[in-house]
Design a protein around this ligand. Structure first.
Ligand code: AHR
Length: 495
């Protein structure tokens, strides 16, 4: 098969937004405990933060981390996680049927975020709690000093305010599984009043209203419309969440998962713009795609007995999962005009690109690589492709283009990065990428993620079984020729 793609310098989607390379650390399973935080581990620093994990987070290029949940936040009392550790209460976490020790809380997370060099994205509990507790948390976290709450933070050893700008107004409030689940009307009103109150304390915050927890929700579309009717002028983002998995042996549909993500983004964008038009507003709401990944949810089994930090959703990701992750990143970049924040869910151990054994080593899962490659090489402006690409049949999404791709152009550095996926499970495709107009000069460096064994995965014993391999790439008269094997993802850098 052959595919033809052309990039023009003036077909700009948007500047590359570093916030697209966000991740998520929820108090779920072993993401926090024995993931990012494990006092006593040989690699732990004086705060108990695992240095081996921190090094991988930096290498991956994570720019932002959402915290503390997720479903967890809808039952969370933030006060439990601050102050002297020996006085912090143990609590039942109803979301994950676990016991929360509260040894790690807001101040630990902020200290970790500083060392990891990531921007925090904080969530408030709008499930079992409301406006007052959100305001208390905001004042504790961000007010300099001189009030009971801010002085409490100072007394807890944090003299400087955290200055957290980005806040999620609850989590997945459309989901019946959510503690304190609400109708769109109920949530829309609460989100609006919480946003208004938080802005009274600090008008410059950036706020995310909960959108749908999946495109398949019965309330999808109507939920966004109602919530935004209440919150339109008070928030900046509406969230979207999507998880994909291979079902049966249907590789073709799985490899085409990003088609669904693109439709999701388009649907939410049209809904938001429709509400904006009805409200006669010139403002544009953008999407915070603050949970996305490949996730084998059917394997989520919570052991009985309310354990502390049980191993949950520790999926061993295959090379095909990594190809899908790469394709989802292509879609996020390709919609960078309307998706302005995104978090791969999650960061360590739970649904994660990084695995860390308690007391043992940490390693890169297959899904680490497309994220790290994209975060490292996507620079400058995102360019929209003009494509002539064959299509393939899929059971879930009908006919879809075999190849999807996006490019970024860093005019200052004179470099072009091309990211491409071959969704065909059985056919190689030669992709001819015309970048002549961008006149990049210099060498081509290309890598591919592919394995003849589609089940290949990394493990503690074989941490590099799946990793990017060099890909032959020719640049002739401004046209880059890349032959992508079946079910593969590639990155080419020119200049
Ligand atoms: O990321 C795992 C869970 O998936 C989150 O807690 C929840 O928001 C979503 O359903």
């Amino acid at each position: 098969l052959d595919a033809h793609v052309k990039f023009h310098g003036d077909d700009v989607v948007a500047p590359v937004n570093r916030r697209l390379f966000g991740s998520f650390a929820e108090h779920m399973g072993r993401c926090v405990y024995t993931g990012i935080y494990e006092p006593g581990h040989p690699e732990a620093d004086e705060n108990g933060f695992r240095r081996d994990v921190l090094a991988l987070v930096r290498e991956m290029g994570v720019s932002m981390v959402r915290y503390p949940g997720g479903n967890f936040v809808s039952g969370y009392r933030w006060e439990d996680g601050v102050g002297p550790v020996e006085e912090r209460p143990r609590r039942l976490d109803l979301a994950w049927r676990s016991t929360e020790t509260n040894a790690f809380g807001l101040n630990e997370f902020m200290a970790w975020a500083r060392v990891a060099e990531v921007e925090p994205m904080m969530a408030v509990n709008l499930g079992t709690r409301g406006i007052a507790e959100a305001l208390d948390l905001l004042e504790y976290a961000n007010h300099p000093a001189g009030t009971e709450l801010s002085d409490r933070r100072v007394a807890h050893g944090v003299a400087e305010p955290h200055g957290i700008r980005l806040w999620c107004l609850g989590n997945e409030m459309d989901g019946p599984w959510q503690l304190g689940h609400k109708t769109a009307e109920e949530y829309g009103r609460l989100a609006a009043e919480t946003a208004r109150a938080m802005r009274q304390l600090d008008p410059d915050l950036e706020l995310v209203a909960c959108g749908s927890s999946g495109r398949g929700m019965a309330t999808f579309g109507a939920w966004e419309a109602t919530v935004l009717e209440h919150t339109y002028e008070l928030v900046d983002f509406i969230s979207a969440h999507a998880y994909y998995q291979r079902v049966g042996d249907d590789d073709a549909s799985f490899l085409a998962s990003s088609v669904d993500m693109a439709r999701f983004i388009d649907d939410v964008t049209s809904t938001a713009d429709h509400v904006g038009a009805r409200l006669n507003s010139s403002k544009k709401i953008t999407i915070s795609f603050d949970e996305w990944n490949v996730w084998y949810q059917r394997e989520l089994e919570i052991p009985p007995g309310w354990p502390e930090a049980p191993a949950l959703s520790e999926d061993d990701y295959t090379v095909v999962d990594a190809v899908v992750v790469g394709s989802l990143l292509i879609t996020l970049l390709g919609h960078a005009d309307r998706v302005t924040a995104a978090c791969q869910a999650q960061l360590v151990n739970t649904i994660s690109p990084i695995r860390a054994e308690a007391g043992g080593p940490a390693w890169r899962q297959a899904t680490f690589h497309p994220f790290a490659e994209t975060a490292r090489h996507a620079r400058g402006r995102v360019l929209r492709p003009r494509t002539t690409v064959p299509t393939m049949a899929t059971e879930r999404y009908g006919q879809v283009p075999v190849v999807d791709c996006v490019a970024t152009h860093d005019a200052d550095a004179g470099t072009v990065a091309v990211f491409a996926v071959n969704r065909s499970p059985d056919q190689p495709v030669t992709v001819h990428v015309d970048i002549a107009e961008l006149s990049p000069a210099g060498a081509v460096d290309a890598v591919v993620l592919h394995d003849d064994d589609l089940t290949a995965a990394n493990s503690a014993d074989h941490p590099d079984r799946v990793r990017p391999q060099p890909l032959a790439a020719d640049l002739e008269e401004g046209v880059l020729h890349l032959t992508l094997p079946p079910a593969s993802w590639a990155r080419a850098l020119v200049g």
